[in-house]
Design a protein around this ligand. Sequence first.
Ligand code: G4P
Length: 281
Amino acid sequence: MAQYQWYPGHMTKAKRQMQEDVKLIDLIIELVDARIPISSRNPDIDLLGKNKARLILMNKADLADPKKTEAFHQYFTRKGYFAVNLDARSRAGMKTIQNTILEACKEKMERDRRRGIQNRPVRAMVVGIPNVGKSTFINTYAGKACTKTGNKPGVTKGKQWIRLNKNVELLDTPGILWPKFEDQKVGLHLALVGSIRDDILNTDELAIEIIKLLLHEYPGSLAGRYGIEEDKDAAQVLCAIAQARNCLSRGSELDYSKAAAIVVDEFRSGKTGRFTIEDPR
Ligand code: G4P
């Protein structure tokens, strides 16, 4: 498999920026991809965010296996995070998030009250790896209804806060976390769900990995989608899919690359089913 590009300079800068931003906030809202809740995290955030309230949004839950999403929900809760399942494109989960934010920051709000500080909103920032849905979430959650607030005393110049309501303010630029690419399994999982650029990995190889995974973890899903038999190895299944979808090249030969592209696309977009490719550990 190809090696992934790695930009230490870029990462160091993002990390330094986040160290600054974290000082300004009470709550970290971390987005993970519900299909790969482990590979879409970077453990650095636990160090950066120690002493902060923590909320994990398991985003793209519409594409993930609901049973495993529930298992991961319990897993994160056991580890002391608040967790919410989400499709960031829809407003459906927003009320739950709102309530969970207040729950997560309860201690801080009580501490404020004891010190006589009244009505200081909770400040939060959104973090996550590229493509996990940070901008979508901020747009859906903050929407147009909210007002942006300018600089305030004690707040670094140039920071924009989005006032969500009287209780919560959100930093308008999300923090970008770098995935742990050096772990090849993490790289593969990110590639399977389409989180890293396609030109880094070969589509034919990806399709074979997807077929192997589905044959093993979700038997029946490829048969259901493509009307093929599953009692074969991955390369033969790809061949059967090419036939079933009539993927032909000019000389009327089967075009495996065309079939591979279909397999990858339909897996990522949820057409083949809702899959989670990791387990809580
Ligand atoms: P980022 O800021 O973290 O980099 O991610 P961004 O919001 O740009 O989202 C990346 C892609 O993921 C977008 O798709 C977005 O629509 C999609 N997305 C975000 N949240 C969800 C979700 O909960 N469920 C699903 N199914 N998709 C989600 P795109 O292909 O880049 O653009 P488009 O298809 O929206 O045009």
